[in-house]
Write a protein that binds this ligand. Structure first.
Ligand code: ADP
Length: 382
C-alpha cells in the first residue's frame, strides 16, 4: 500500500498587513489557548479532510488567560481512579507535543485527618528531610503523595499544539477577535494597535463555518448567548481609557459609578457596569457562560479591584477578591459547571456551536477533553 500524500501545512495570518480573504471552513476554533490549540490539532489528525481555522484574539501563546497563568501541574492526586486513564492519556499527549518543560516533581498534600490513601506525613516526607522544616507534622499528620506528578509549561503546550496543527493543515488567524453568528458563521474583527497604543478594529469579516468551537476560556462569559451584530466597523478604539484608582472613600459615588448593589434574597447582588471591552450588545449575565456559571471575568475584576478602596465591603475575605488580580481565583479561569472541582468538558450549544472548557483540572485532563471534542465534532460533520 502506498503512503498517504503528505499534508500541506496551513496558513498563518499574524497581522492585518496580510490580507485574509474569507473562505468557508468546516470547523472554526475560537481561542488558541491550550484547549483550542489542542482541539485544532486533534481535529486535523482525526479528520484531515476537514478545513480548520484557529482564531486567537492575541498572540501565540497569548499573554493573558488560563494557559499562561496556569501552574502547569500534572498530577493524579485527588482524582477519581476512573479518570486515571484520561490523566495518563493527557500526560503522554503533552509529552508528545515537544518540549513543554516537563519535569518530574513528586507532589504531596497534607491533611489533619486520616483517610484511605493517606500515609503519615513523616513517612511521606522522609525522602525530602529539608521539607520537614516547612511544615508541622503534628498539625498535619497525614499526607497523600503522588510520585508521578510533574510540572510543565502550558504556554509551551499551546504553542507546540498550534504549530503542529498548522503543520497538519489548520489555518491560524492571530490578533483577531471572533464571535459566532446565527446559521454557522463567524464574525471576525482583525485588530491592530495604533501608534498611541490603542487596540482598534482594522476590518470586520465573516466566514462560514459548519461548526464553531468556543475555546475562549474565561474570555467572555455570556457572549456566545449575545451574538453581536457583524457590521463592518469604522476603526474605533475598542478599549476605553482606564479610570484611575479611587484614592479615598469620599469619592465612592463617582468611583462606584455604574456598579449596582441590588437587595436580593436577604443579601445583595452586585451588578457590574457594562465594560468598555465588551462586544457591542453584550449584557453582563451574572457570570454565565452559555449556561455554565464561570469565575468572574477579568475585566470585571479589574473594575472591582479598582473599586475596593471606595467600597470596603468588596475587600472582605468572604468575597475572596484579593487585592490584585493575581490573588483572585477565577480571574482567568472558566469553572466548568461553576464548580472549582469541575472537570474539563465539552458540550453542544446548538447545531453549529460547541463549547470546550478546561477549568482548574486542565493541566491534568485538558488534552483528553480536547481529543473528545475533536472526535465528537468530526463524527457530527462526517
Ligand atoms: P484554556 O486553558 O481553556 O485554553 P485560555 O484562557 O488560556 O483558556 O485560552 C483562551 C484563549 O481564547 C485566550 O488566548 C484568549 O485570548 C482567546 N479568546 C478569548 N476570547 C476570544 C475571542 N472572542 N476571539 C478570539 N480569541 C479569544
Amino acid at each position: 500500500m502506498s503512503a498517504p500524500p503528505p499534508l500541506s501545512p496551513g496558513r498563518v495570518w499574524a497581522h492585518v498587513g496580510q490580507p485574509f480573504a474569507p473562505s468557508p471552513y468546516d470547523v472554526a476554533v475560537v481561542g488558541a489557548g491550550r484547549m483550542g490549540a489542542a482541539a485544532a490539532l486533534f481535529l486535523r489528525q482525526r479528520a484531515p479532510a476537514l478545513r480548520v481555522l484557529l482564531v486567537e484574539e492575541g498572540g501565540l501563546p497569548n499573554e493573558e488567560g488560563a494557559t499562561i497563568l496556569a501552574p502547569g501541574v500534572w498530577s493524579r492526586l485527588g482524582l477519581d481512579p476512573a479518570l486515571h486513564p484520561a490523566a495518563d492519556w493527557t500526560r503522554a499527549a503533552l509529552q508528545a507535543l515537544g518540549d513543554v518543560g516537563w519535569e518530574s516533581r513528586p507532589l504531596v498534600t497534607l491533611h489533619a485527618g486520616a483517610a484511605p490513601g493517606r500515609v503519615p506525613t513523616l513517612e511521606a516526607l522522609a525522602p525530602w528531610p529539608d521539607s520537614l522544616a516547612l511544615v508541622d507534622p503534628a498539625a498535619l499528620p497525614w499526607a497523600e503523595l503522588d510520585r508521578d506528578a510533574a510540572t510543565y509549561r502550558p504556554g509551551h503546550a499551546a504553542l507546540h499544539a498550534a504549530q503542529a496543527a498548522i503543520r497538519a493543515g489548520a489555518d491560524l488567524l492571530l490578533n483577531t477577535r471572533a464571535a459566532p453568528q446565527p446559521g454557522g458563521r463567524l464574525c471576525l474583527e482583525r485588530l491592530t494597535v495604533t501608534n498611541t497604543h490603542q487596540i482598534v478594529t482594522h476590518e470586520t469579516l465573516t466566514v462560514p463555518a459548519r461548526a464553531v468551537v468556543l475555546a475562549a476560556g474565561a474570555g467572555g462569559p455570556g457572549w456566545p448567548n449575545a451574538r453581536w451584530a457583524c457590521t463592518p466597523a469604522t476603526p474605533a478604539p475598542t478599549a476605553r481609557p482606564r479610570t484611575s484608582r479611587c484614592p479615598a472613600r469620599r469619592r465612592a459615588r463617582s468611583c462606584a459609578r455604574g456598579l449596582t448593589l441590588r437587595p436580593q434574597h436577604g443579601a445583595y447582588t452586585l451588578i457590574p457596569p457594562l465594560h468598555g471591552r465588551d462586544p457591542h450588545g453584550y449584557q453582563p449575565a451574572g457570570g454565565q457562560l452559555t449556561g455554565v456559571p464561570t469565575g468572574l471575568r477579568r475585566e470585571t475584576l479589574e473594575d472591582l479591584v479598582a473599586l475596593m478602596d471606595a467600597l470596603p465591603v468588596l475587600a472582605t475575605d468572604a468575597l475572596h477578591l484579593g487585592r490584585s488580580l493575581a490573588d483572585v481565583p477565577g480571574a482567568w479561569l472558566a469553572l466548568p459547571g461553576g464548580r472549582p472541582e469541575g472537570l474539563p468538558t465539552f458540550e453542544v450549544l446548538d447545531e453549529h456551536t460547541w463549547l470546550l472548557l478546561g477549568g482548574p483540572q486542565a493541566d491534568t485532563l485538558g488534552l483528553h477533553a480536547a481529543q473528545g471534542l475533536a472526535e465528537a465534532v468530526a463524527a457530527a460533520l462526517a
